[in-house]
Write a protein that binds this ligand. Structure first.
Ligand code: GDG
Length: 481
């Protein structure tokens, strides 16, 4: 069912992910607003060369009636290279909140809240088929289709079948942004075979780390019986390349932001507010994989065991709202508020408790009292994000599992011109730990280990900070996106 109009365009790159690079929001007046979502996938892919034949396909995030979608289409395409694949609300819910985020997300992050039901799986198959059908209709000979992440693992094989049917020569890539778990764990999933076969419809499959790639290949052998080599899975007549390509950031965008006088002023004000204190910084989506409660618990334990840091050490933790329909995330938010209140009551003195506008509020109200934990439940604009990265002495990433973690690299990029050379304290279960060897690494399941890592970072000599930073910097500037 190819569209004849499409046949004349030049071959190009079609990126596909669950969501488009912009989210569509309905305004109170009934029109639509387009927002840039915060999240690793969109940041990671924002450096793609968006030539004339580039399109990014995804679900718009809300049901849009067909007649209204027509108006949106040209804005999406012209301004964002985006193509909306509409989904029925109930189907989208079963796919996204059901199979994607109640089954695959916890499974891939080794979380015990994993659940499975056939209705969600059917919705997952249906959504993947809708995506594959749409792509097949739009593809022309020579196109490269690059499918992203755990939401769309069946699309490569579905698309390959279409390609064979219509004799179109397309190249299919797949990249997984999460960890790929060990085979013994993956086979908990009743539909593990179908998912593997779905991904193997690709010509090339990419992972952040060597261990995810190794797990994937081993699983292809143990579950499907395929032969493998160092970088290939063999499927009879065809072979699939398996590649390790850790996602990078654009360090220059941080350097450019840091050079702006307004940013220097904000960063200096923040440093001035905390001049007699050390600042630990966390930037995470609200998600149970990010180890957020542990960060507050580690700070509290450190203050109790080393009281000389009371009054001299603070944690500023940005918690970006995310996947708010997930029950675990709602509970997590209450837990975080409770832990922060307890820490502040136990060790803090005379400060106002709520912060709305991050920088102005911190700068103007933080100086006279002591609030060990400042929790900011909001999305912060890019210039404030860079200011925080730049002004913090330590960046703390405590994920219990994380595909890569771009925050770690962004912190390093924002400390480049900095005389303090801040320390990255990084969970050994974030993919970034395989690359950022200059970080101080710890096991987030062991609070004592985390406190030791923080203590090491706080007491490290200037020369060790500089050499660790240099090791990290080399990776960040060489592995750009
Ligand atoms: C998934 C995987 C993998 C966050 N808050 C704000 C903000 N952000 C930006 C950060 C960063 C991105 O969002 C978060 O990326 P992460 O990699 O840390 O985490 P996930 O969203 O879980 O991403 C992850 C990634 O995909 C890429 O493959 O690394 O492992 O889970 O870029 O800067 N940006 C702004 N305001 C915020 O408040 N402007």
């Amino acid at each position: 069912t190819a569209n004849p109009k499409q046949l004349v365009r030049d071959p190009g790159l079609l990126v596909v992910s669950n969501r488009m690079p912009v989210s569509v929001k309905r305004t109170a007046e009934g029109s639509y607003r387009l927002d840039k979502p915060s999240g690793g996938l969109v940041t990671g892919l924002s450096g793609i060369d968006k030539g004339a034949s580039f399109s990014w396909y995804g679900w718009p995030g809300l049901p849009v009636p067909e007649e209204e979608l027509q108006d949106l289409r040209s804005v999406l395409k012209e301004q964002h290279h985006a193509v909306a694949i509409p989904l029925d609300d109930d189907l989208a819910d079963l796919h996204y909140n059901g199979f994607c985020n109640s089954t695959l997300w916890p499974l891939f992050h080794y979380e015990g809240c994993f659940s499975y039901n056939r209705g969600d799986w059917e919705a997952y198959q249906r959504v993947n088929q809708i995506f594959a059908d749409r792509l097949a209709a739009d593809c022309v000979d020579g196109d490269v289709v690059w499918v992203h992440d755990y939401h769309l693992m069946l699309v490569p094989e579905m698309l390959r079948k279409h390609g064979l049917l219509f004799n179109k020569k397309i190249t299919i890539g797949f990249f997984l942004h999460t960890p790929f778990p060990a085979g013994d764990h993956f086979k908990i999933l009743p539909t593990c075979k179908e998912l593997l076969a779905g991904v193997l419809g690709s010509d090339m499959i990419g992972f952040h780390t060597a261990s995810y790639a190794k797990n994937f290949k081993a699983t292809c052998t143990s579950i499907l019986g395929h032969k493998i080599s160092h970088s290939k899975v063999f499927l009879g007549k065809r072979s699939v390349h398996v590649k390790v390509s850790p996602i990078g950031i654009d360090p220059d965008s941080f350097t450019r932001e840091l050079a702006k006088p307004e940013l220097r002023r904000l960063s200096d004000s923040l440093r001035d507010t905390y001049k007699d204190k050390r600042v630990l910084l966390g930037i995470d989506r609200l998600d149970y994989i990010k180890g957020l409660p542990r960060k507050i618990e580690a700070l509290t334990q450190l203050l109790s065991q080393q009281p000389e840091w009371i009054g001299r050490l603070v944690l500023i933790q940005v918690v970006v709202p995310s996947r708010q329909d997930i029950g675990e995330n709602q509970e997590l938010f209450s837990t975080l508020n409770r832990l922060a209140d307890e820490a502040n009551r136990q060790y803090g003195k005379s400060v106002s408790a709520t912060y709305h506008d991050l920088l102005t509020h911190i700068i103007f109200s933080g100086s006279d009292g002591y609030q060990p934990v400042t929790l900011l439940h909001s999305n912060v604009p890019f210039n404030e994000l860079v200011t925080l990265y730049n002004a913090a002495d330590i960046c703390l990433v405590a994920s219990t599992r994380d595909g890569m973690n771009l925050v770690a690299s962004e912190y390093v990029a924002s400390q480049q011109e900095h005389e303090r050379k801040g320390v990255l304290v990084l969970s050994k279960f974030a993919g970034a730990a395989e690359q950022l060897a200059g970080s101080v690494q710890f096991n987030p399941w062991c609070l004592d280990d985390m406190v030791d890592a923080l203590t090491k970072a706080l007491t490290m000599s200037e020369s060790e900070r500089a050499s660790r930073h240099e090791q990290n910097r080399k990776f960040v500037v060489q592995n750009t996106r």
